[in-house]
Design a protein around this ligand. Sequence first.
Ligand code: AMP
Ligand code: ZN
Length: 114
Amino acid sequence: MSDCIFCKIAAGEIPSKKLYEDDEMLVFLDITPMAPVHYLVIPKKHIQSLLELEEADTALLGRLFFKAQEIAKEKGCEEKGGRFVINAKTDGGQTVDHLHIHFLGGRALGWPPG
Ligand code: AMP
Ligand code: ZN
């Protein structure tokens, strides 16, 4: 989508601090980190939110989560863990309308979210 900031990041039109990239996904640091470890995993394909996921995208979503947990381990979060989050739409607090998994780690996180 031409006006989507994460599509532009995926296309290299907007810079990002990349942790991983392949043909179908990109992992980059969140610009406003909410924890010592905070990165985003996005599909290069524009999917507006988890609520727009199509059945054909289920394997892709699995690969996004697999990569998200691999990088969490690389970042030293295997023992203490962290949080894998997908915000969806208005009530979920989604601010960028391109599906993304947040990983937050490196500190204890409160629950429930405010
Ligand atoms: P959400 O509120 O779940 O839609 O999350 C969007 C996330 O994208 C927020 O945590 C923002 O800090 C992050 N973000 C927005 N613009 C950028 C950018 N240019 N580079 C990296 N992260 C960004
Ligand atoms: Zn997009």
